[in-house]
Design a protein around this ligand. Structure first.
Ligand SMILES: Nc1ncnc2c1ncn2[C@@H]1O[C@H](COP(=O)(O)OP(=O)(O)OP(=O)(O)O)[C@@H](O)[C@H]1O
Length: 225
């Protein structure tokens, strides 16, 4: 579905990422670790076409991200749900309206998807917070709302950037359960995290590959969980 081939990226001075090979197959689960500044967010951006490789290639559903036009990239993005590190909500809209935003952006009528929205909010445990504004949410509630928004379009791939940052161990476990449920539905999942406890907690739930970014390169961090 998504493949990096010898992909590199530079923000201008030196290479942040170099010669990365990575394949996301349907139903795969990857953890992406590495120190702060190693390039985890940059790598995720290559996987959904927000950044294009400075060298090598990113093949997104068979299309080279450097050659695809805007419309093609928009179509690809609908198949990839992203939970951003900072969640990126519109604070003047309610939680349910934020979760519905991808529907609106792609020209669908959210009211025609009211059942899907209600089911999704129930799945992430936020039915009672549907009309709250994002600044009123706790860290764990924000992350769950961001996850709901990332999957409202039923993507094939889910990319989550530090989805358990600023939440306690119990909420981490809950988020992990949601991520593994999505994976069991066949979605390819990539979770960028510093949280080795999260990776250990995933062991009984999912067969995941652990990748470590260091010095711009990807290394397999040990055996399968
Ligand atoms: N827009 C940008 N312009 C220039 N440099 C950038 C930009 N975004 C990131 N960088 C640099 O690229 C490197 C990798 O950043 P990135 O955010 O991908 O790392 P990360 O592993 O996700 O870090 P963290 O774990 O702290 O979130 C860092 O040195 C960062 O300062």
């Amino acid at each position: 579905m998504i493949e990096l081939r010898q992909a590199g990226y530079s923000y201008g001075r030196g290479a942040t990422l170099s010669d990365l090979d990575l394949t996301l197959a349907p139903g795969s689960f990857h953890f992406l670790t590495g120190p702060s500044g190693a390039g985890k967010t940059t790598l995720l951006k290559l996987l959904y076409g927000e950044l294009k490789p400075s060298s090598g290639a990113a093949l997104l559903f068979g299309q080279d991200s450097r050659k695809v036009d805007r419309d093609g990239l928009a179509r690809i993005r609908r198949k990839v749900g992203v939970v951003h590190q900072d969640c990126r909500f519109l604070d003047h809209l309610s939680v349910v309206d934020n979760v519905a935003l991808p529907l609106q952006v792609t020209g669908r009528d959210p009211s025609a998807h009211a059942t899907d929205l209600a089911q999704l909010l129930s799945w992430v445990g936020l039915s009672a917070r549907a009309e709250a504004r994002p600044p009123e949410l706790s860290g764990g509630e924000r992350q769950r709302a961001a996850l709901a928004r990332a999957v409202i379009m039923d993507p094939d791939v889910l990319l989550a950037d530090e989805p358990t940052g600023n939440v306690d161990a119990e909420m981490s476990q809950r988020l992990l359960t949601l991520l593994t449920e999505l994976n069991r539905m066949g979605k390819a999942v990539v979770v960028a995290t510093h949280d080795m406890g999260l990776i250990r907690a995933a062991k009984p739930l999912v067969q995941a590959r652990i990748l470590r970014l260091a010095g711009g390169n990807l290394q397999a961090a040990g055996a399968e969980l």
